[in-house]
Every structure is written in structure tokens, then in C-alpha cells.
Design a protein around this ligand. Structure first.
Ligand SMILES: [Zn+2]
Length: 565
């Protein structure tokens, strides 16, 4: 490709709304331009890198005997209702109607189609295992699109689905898929590790996320150096290591706290630390009101709450709903004459004494409350943090940020059962197949490559993902011998199958060198003054190593360099 013809609009600055490192570099390296919140133009350089990622993923799927196909992007309401998912995605799924008023969704994931395809082709145990996948655009109505292409409203996903005669076969395949994921990301130059995660709207009984550590990552991971345990923070179990001291005594004071509704306002008014309060949050869980108690400096872990209640929809209660239980917004607490509300206290509160809670009266709180004064169910309702212990081995737990690149689920019979999948087993009887599903987000994979491979000057792309292996720079396009040497090497390398960017622009040499560093081509060849001595300068982008090579040997030298890069 000739740079003069290539749409590669590099720039010194990123726009002020580029809200992450990868987004800034993608913008500066001419890879993307924003259309509107969460929607982007993918420019050629980004597409070329995406294609490399795409190709590596395809190879992995072929190794696992998965068949590439394509499902429609639109899914009917009827199909999504057959698996009870028409309402499971809340507002994240785009929905629309056709001219006859039939409901459709733009599918955010395709378990239903995959199950229907399996129903078409799997008849007996001889047809299993059966695996299919696609690489396709996905759409989600993100509440707050952010981090550029990492959390966009449209993105590319590889989604694979497998079907098995028994659970052991599913778990074996799940394990192979996980191992292949680690290899795929490693080949693309990304360090990832699998963490135990929550399966959310997908259902099923086991899932792992493949996380790339990133200081700007949007997921929090709890991990243990001692035993290797790693889980999404929303999933890290906080053990019940507390016990209630004392018996119900009801000896607390009611105090006036005018207009102090938040923990911060109360801390200021009473001169107490956040840890000395208990927050009472009221939720509407599938139509039932639930009060959750956590220490004042903690947040309710809504994933744990939803799992505990087996609830699909969780929303904070309205002022009216809070009134209906006999309380007042801003002054809610677990003690008093409350109706129609289930109260769940976080385990940690069992170990607390002399704390402050809302008094269920306007401008009033209760002081010197002990855990033994509260009548409630106890459960794990908070997020683990740096001071907690590993739930597996008890060693100190650490917390770090990461980006989720892939997610694999052992779904079991969650879909196959409700969608009437059957096969004839080797016992001659009908059985329901076990199912797994396996996703990779392609744009966020590219974002993680950039996250892990850049310096202050720009990208330092690994050879495996670099669209051009070599950038030949003509220092002065007015010098005929420079142009001639560059063109000859360009043609020779292209003929040998090496993708080359030929910088034939009539720009200053400094601009060309800067762009080479910004877009991160692994090898630079400089056609400048040295060719008068019959030599070319060759520079590695990753370590800056520079050599001069005879022009006649340049092609072979570069091909060898690519092999050993
Ligand atoms: Zn551990």
C-alpha cells in the first residue's frame, strides 16, 4: 500500500472526549472516528488489525471443529419468548416492530438461533458434539457508552455454541475452549487470565471471563497470589466470619438529624466515620420490596442480591414504595414498625456495635444500635475489597482493574430444555443435549493490544497483528535514486508476500518518521542518503535497534528479521 493513497488520517492530538488510552491512540493513529455516542467509523488501519484478530480466532475455532455460519441479526419476539429472554435484557436490547406490528430484537447474543440450528441437524448421539460459530456485528443499547470501542453500541463478536450428549463432554469441550482462548490472546500479544464470573442474563451454572489487566479496565477482579483464585469482584464471595455479640436489648437513642439523608451529610453532622453507619437500601425486586443493609462505606452488590433473591429485575424503590413499607426516603432503617418488606443484612453487620441507622421518621436516626437489635436474614451482600481474604484459601485478596475480552459459559440445559431439543441416545431413549456458549469481543481485543503495546510515541504492534510488517520511508521524494531503490524493494517484498507500507508522500522526513512510530509498524526501512554508499538503514520499532544493510541483501535480511522478530 502506498501511503499517499492510504486513508490514514494521523494526528498529534486526540479529541477531549477520547476517554481512555486505547481510544486516544486509536484516534491519533487514524484508526477510528466517532459518529455519535458509542458509534464509530472504522478506518482502514483499524479494519486491517481487526481482520488479523478475526483470522486468528477463526483458526482456533476450526481446531475445535466449530462450523462457521451466520444467523440473522433480527430475532423475532416469538423466538426470544420461547426461551423467556424477551424481557431478560432489560433496556440493553434494541427492539423494533415490522409493518405488521410484529416484535423483533436486534440480537445481543444468539443462544436461541444456535439451539434452533442444533434442533435442525442433531438427531442422535452420533451427531454430537456439535459446534457452530459466527463472527458478526452485535448491538447493545448501552446506558453510557464509554472507553471508545470498548463499550460501544455496535461491536463485533465471535459467538460459538456447542451441544453435547452429557455434562462431562460439555465440561471437556469448555476446558479445551478456555485453553484455546488463552492461546488466541497470547498469539495476539495480550496477557489475559481466566476469572470466575457471574452468568447474569445468560443463565447456566459455570462461566469464566478472560480478563486483560489494564489500569483503566472497567471490570474489577479479585485475585489471590497464593492459590491462583481469580474472580470478577461482583462474584468474589465474602465469608460469614462474624457472629452477633449479645442478645436483643433495644437500648438505642433516637436523635435528630435535620436534612441529613446521605452518609456524607451524617458523617459531617455527627462527626463519625462511614464505618459507624449502616446503610439501608430498598429495592423493588420483580415487584417485591426488599431492604438490604450494608456498612456505611460499602455498596450493595446487586449481582449477589439478584442471585440471592433469584430476581430478574432489580430497581431502587421509589419514594412512594418506601412510604408503603412505613418509612421515609433518606431515613430508612431496619428497626421499627415496617410492613411488606423483606430485610437482608450483609454478614459484616453481624460483627458491628454502636452504629447509626435511619429511624423511619423524617429527620431522625437511631444511635448506638447493635447487630443484636436487628431482626433480619443474613447473607453476603457486598463487594469484596483489598482487605478481605481469599474465599478459597484464606490468604490476602488483591483487587485489580481489567477488561473482559472473552466470556465462556457452561449453560447446561438452560436453552435446550425450554426449546424442545432432543436426541436419541445410545440407549435408544430421548435425551436433552447440554449446551455451552463462548464469546470474544473483537474491538476490545484490539483495544487491549494497544493498551499492552504502546509507548509515548505511539503503538508498538506485535508482528502477529501488524497489518504492515515494513514501512519503507523515502526521505526525499525529489531524489530519483531514493524513489527507485524504495520502489524496487517495495515490489520485491510484496512479491515475496510481505505486506509493506511505502511512504511516498512529499512530506518532510520528520513527519514520516513520527507517523511510523505512531502507527507502530514493526520494521522501518529508510531510503535516504546512505543509499549513495549502497546501503539502507533498517530500524526495529520495539527496541530501536538500527542496522545498515547492503541494498542487494535488504529483501532477504528483512524476511529473516520478520521471522525472528
Ligand atoms: Zn487463595
Amino acid at each position: 500500500m502506498r501511503y499517499s493513497k492510504f486513508l490514514l488520517p494521523t494526528s498529534k492530538e486526540a479529541p477531549s472526549d477520547a476517554d481512555s488510552t486505547s481510544m486516544k491512540y486509536m484516534y491519533r493513529a487514524g484508526m477510528i472516528r466517532k459518529v455519535s455516542a458509542g458509534l464509530f467509523y472504522y478506518l482502514p488501519y483499524f479494519n486491517m488489525i481487526l481482520r488479523k484478530v478475526n483470522f486468528r480466532i477463526r483458526r482456533g475455532m476450526e481446531k475445535l471443529n466449530s462450523n462457521e455460519m451466520k444467523f440473522p441479526i433480527l430475532v423475532s419476539q416469538e423466538i426470544l419468548e420461547s426461551s423467556n429472554r424477551w424481557n431478560a435484557f432489560n433496556k440493553e436490547m434494541f427492539k423494533l416492530k415490522d409493518r405488521n406490528d410484529n416484535g423483533y430484537a436486534i440480537s445481543p447474543t444468539n443462544e436461541e438461533y444456535a439451539t434452533l440450528v442444533s434442533n435442525l441437524f442433531v438427531k442422535s448421539y452420533n451427531d454430537l458434539p456439535f459446534s457452530i460459530y459466527q463472527i458478526q456485528q452485535k448491538h447493545r443499547d448501552e446506558i453510557r457508552p464509554r472507553n471508545g470501542v470498548v463499550r460501544a453500541r455496535e461491536f463485533t463478536m465471535k459467538d460459538a455454541y456447542s451441544f453435547h450428549a452429557d455434562e462431562k463432554d460439555l465440561h471437556d469441550y469448555y476446558k479445551l475452549m478456555g485453553e484455546e482462548y488463552t492461546k488466541i490472546f497470547a498469539d495476539l500479544g495480550i496477557k489475559t487470565f481466566p476469572v470466575l464470573a457471574d452468568s447474569g442474563a445468560m443463565g447456566g451454572n459455570m462461566c469464566h471471563e478472560y480478563m486483560a489487566i489494564s489500569p483503566e479496565g472497567e471490570a474489577e477482579i479479585g485475585f489471590c497470589d497464593a492459590c491462583g483464585y481469580a474472580a470478577n469482584l461482583e462474584k468474589v464471595e465474602c465469608k460469614d466470619i462474624y457472629s452477633i455479640d449479645g442478645t436483643y436489648k433495644n437500648k438505642y437513642d433516637k436523635i435528630e438529624t435535620p436534612d441529613a439523608k446521605t452518609i456524607a451529610e451524617l458523617m459531617n453532622m455527627l462527626q463519625m466515620e462511614a464505618k459507624q453507619f449502616v446503610k439501608s437500601m430498598v429495592y423493588n425486586a420483580d415487584g417485591n420490596l426488599v431492604m438490604v443493609l450494608v456498612r456505611g462505606d460499602r455498596n450493595v452488590n446487586e449481582v449477589k442480591l439478584a442471585n440471592f433473591l433469584k430476581a430478574t429485575n432489580l430497581e431502587l424503590a421509589t419514594e412512594k414504595e418506601i412510604k408503603s413499607i412505613g418509612s421515609v426516603m433518606g431515613f430508612v432503617g431496619p428497626i421499627g414498625d415496617l410492613q411488606n418488606v423483606r430485610i437482608i443484612g450483609d454478614f459484616e453487620i453481624k460483627g458491628m456495635k454502636n452504629f447509626v441507622v435511619g429511624a423511619n421518621e423524617k429527620n431522625m436516626h437511631l444511635r448506638d444500635v447493635d447487630a443484636c437489635d436487628i431482626k433480619c436474614e443474613w447473607a453476603d451482600m457486598r463487594f469484596a475489597d483489598e482487605n478481605d481474604v481469599c474465599p478459597k484459601c484464606g490468604a490476602p485478596l488483591h483487587v485489580s482493574q481489567g477488561n473482559e475480552l472473552g466470556h465462556i459459559f457452561a449453560l447446561g440445559k438452560r436453552y435446550t430444555e425450554v426449546m424442545d431439543s432432543v436426541f436419541v441416545g445410545n440407549d435408544g431413549k430421548n435425551h436433552v443435549p447440554f449446551m455451552g456458549c463462548y464469546g470474544i469481543g473483537l474491538e476490545r481485543t484490539v483495544a487491549s493490544i494497544i493498551d499492552q503495546h504502546h509507548d509515548e510515541k505511539g503503538l508498538v504492534l506485535p508482528m502477529s497483528v501488524a497489518p504492515f510488517k515494513v514501512d519503507i520511508i523515502i526521505v526525499d521524494t525529489k531524489k530519483e535514486n531514493q524513489v527507485k531503490t524504495a520502489e524496487e524493494l517495495y515490489n520485491a517484498l510484496e512479491d515475496a508476500g510481505v505486506p509493506v507500507l511505502l511512504d511516498d508522500r512529499s512530506e518532510r522526513a520528520g513527519v514520516k518518521f513520527n507517523d511510523f512510530e505512531l502507527i507502530g509498524v514493526p520494521i522501518r526501512v529508510t531510503c535516504g542518503r546512505s543509499i549513495e554508499n549502497g546501503k539502507l538503514e533498517i530500524v526495529r520499532r520495539d527496541n530501536g535497534e538500527t542496522v545498515e544493510v547492503e541494498i542487494a541483501n535488504a529483501k532477504d535480511f528483512i524476511i529473516n528479521m520478520i521471522k525472528n522478530y
